[in-house]
Design a protein around this ligand. Structure first.
Ligand SMILES: Cc1cc2nc3c(=O)[nH]c(=O)nc-3n(C[C@H](O)[C@H](O)[C@H](O)COP(=O)(O)OP(=O)(O)OC[C@H]3O[C@@H](n4cnc5c(N)ncnc54)[C@H](O)[C@@H]3O)c2cc1C
Ligand code: SF4
Length: 478
């Protein structure tokens, strides 16, 4: 097991992400040793940790007189290529094995001929193929495939429940190792409570299913001040590092529904399962279908940099300061914060997708390229021109006000489009529509905003565009 600079420096990571990976590896090493295995372990403070992977593998083969090299399919294209190249040069035989930690094959979407690959048909076919939430007659349980409509209700009173389970870890050594190794990082190491082993992960899953799953559906798109987790599961790290298998998570949720349908509404269970059987598997298939070209896509030809305050959270916009500060403190934001707050703002302000990718890939505990890239470049930035999303996920302040309580305590006024204190999302939204009319006009789902903009009187248009220009010019001081 190798802690390596190569894996710690391809982007500037959140310190909690570095801690979580190293500590999980170190705990697993102990577990293996306790059960009688011999483990070669390289710490990040070891001078050898700076050596390339090629050299380390070759040196270890010599040192231990290794007869055969076997590895598990890595999840990232970069590592996949690197390991294939290494194997091509090895003096011994090599083989690659599936991790058996995904439900769909990497290349499931390969034979599709359409230009766009929306998630819903993929999800339905996965439900049928793996018999998830299906009746004996082969119909979706409850008669409907997708209960999302029930999850988009405006924010109302939130029921109280147990907060997410937290785990205590001794972090002193790992923090000191990260600093000693000279790794750059963002964020703070405090409030570090992630599940770091198979045992922790199972506990986290069962805690979520018991206390939070019943409310997951209704509140999954809601954003609440000082409540970063709402009813989310906080299991993405455990899934991505393979402490949890996606199918076991799905079957656990299904069993909960079966055992107590009154406590676990079908809409909540279906909504949760869709995230894993649908979205998670689907984005992975998009990744393998599109790499490496996906890395270069920039449909809107955006070139701006992210404002400085993406690294500090110091902005007067409450929605942005809350989502960014929380991300820096916890290495976590839920999907609507990622999509409709930080992602929405980056898209409205014409940020280069590379900038956006690097920020997302660094800051979140669960950020690994196979899942980060399609979500960020595709879903959030529409840089793929609609391979994943049927429209760009942009909104004015009105949507944010409907789905959160952020606007109530914001410096800006969500009702104003122009003038002193007008919500920046409002003018930036219409500026985006105006600027990209040519590219958006053939998109059926953009017809209403385009029509609304076109019937806006010219004087109002000028004022809105001037307001947006002022905000874009002074973006670092918003
Ligand atoms: C711009 C953007 C970037 C993202 N980057 C990542 C990333 O780097 N790594 C990552 O794991 N997820 C990413 N997501 C998806 C999602 O935001 C996180 O999986 C989720 O917030 C993790 O928290 P949770 O476990 O509490 O999730 P919950 O909301 O409780 O959902 C349960 C599980 O469903 C899966 N899931 C939900 N949505 C998605 C999705 N869109 N794609 C893939 N899996 C999903 C996750 O495994 C998650 O743990 C991103 C989403 C967006 C919009
Ligand atoms: S008023 Fe605008 S900037 Fe402020 S929280 Fe609401 S949407 Fe965000």
């Amino acid at each position: 097991m190798l802690e390596m600079h190569q894996e710690s420096e391809y982007v500037i990571h959140h310190i909690q992400k570095l801690m979580a990976f190293f500590l999980s590896m170190r705990l697993f090493k102990l577990e293996l040793e306790t059960s009688g295995h011999h483990v070669y372990y390289q710490y990040i403070t070891d001078a050898l940790a700076k050596m390339p992977l090629e050299k380390r593998i070759n040196d270890l083969i010599k040192k231990y007189n290794v007869q055969r090299f076997a590895y598990l399919e890595p999840d990232e294209y970069r590592l996949d290529q690197q390991l294939k190249a290494i194997c091509g040069q090895l003096p011994i035989s090599s083989s690659c094995y599936s991790t058996e930690h995904f439900i769909a094959d990497r290349y499931t979407l390969k034979n599709k001929t359409s230009k766009s690959f929306v998630m819903e048909p993929f999800y339905r076919s996965m439900r049928v193929k793996h018999n998830v939430l299906m009746t004996a007659a082969g119909k979706p349980i409850g008669g409907t495939w997708n209960y999302d409509a029930e999850n988009r209700k405006p924010l109302k009173t939130i029921p109280s429940t147990e907060p997410p389970i937290t785990f205590k870890h001794d972090t002193k050594n790992v923090i000191s190792d990260i600093k000693k190794a000279g790794l750059k990082f963002i964020g703070t190491p405090n409030n570090f409570h992630w599940p770091l082993s198979r045992k922790d992960a199972l506990q986290a899953l069962h805690h979520f299913i018991t206390y939070r799953l019943p409310h997951f559906g209704t509140y999954q798109d809601h954003m609440i001040l000082d409540d970063p987790f709402v009813f989310h599961a906080l299991i993405s790290f455990s899934l991505n590092v393979k402490h949890l298998n996606p199918i076991e998570v799905i079957r656990t949720a299904e069993r909960a529904l079966k055992s107590n349908p009154e406590l676990y509404p079908l809409a909540a269970v279906e909504g949760f399962i869709r995230q894993i059987l649908g979205w998670r598997e689907y984005v992975r298939c998009i990744y393998w279908l599109q790499m490496p070209n996906y890395l270069k896509l920039n449909f809107f030809n955006h070139h701006a940099k992210l404002p400085q305050w993406y690294w500090t959270g110091s902005t007067k916009m409450k929605c942005m300061s809350e989502s960014i500060t929380q991300s820096l403190n916890l290495a976590y934001a839920h999907h609507i914060q990622r999509l409709m707050i930080t992602g929405n703002f980056a898209l409205l302000t014409g940020t280069h997708p590379d900038e956006v990718d690097n920020w997302y890939l660094g800051i979140y505990i669960d950020a690994i390229q196979w899942v980060e890239l399609p979500n960020t470049r595709g879903m959030s930035q529409y840089a793929d021109g609609g391979i994943m999303a049927t429209k760009p996920y942009v909104s004015s302040g009105q949507y944010i006000n409907g789905m959160s309580n952020y606007c109530k305590s914001c410096y800006y006024s969500v009702k104003q489009k122009t003038g002193e204190g007008a919500c920046p999302f409002n003018s930036l939204y219409w500026n985006f529509i105006d600027r990209h009319q040519g590219l958006l006009k053939s998109n059926m789902r953009m017809q209403i905003p385009l029509a609304n903009w076109n019937k806006t009187n010219i004087q109002t248009k000028i004022e809105v565009l001037e307001q947006a220009a002022t905000y874009l010019k002074n973006i670092d001081s918003l």
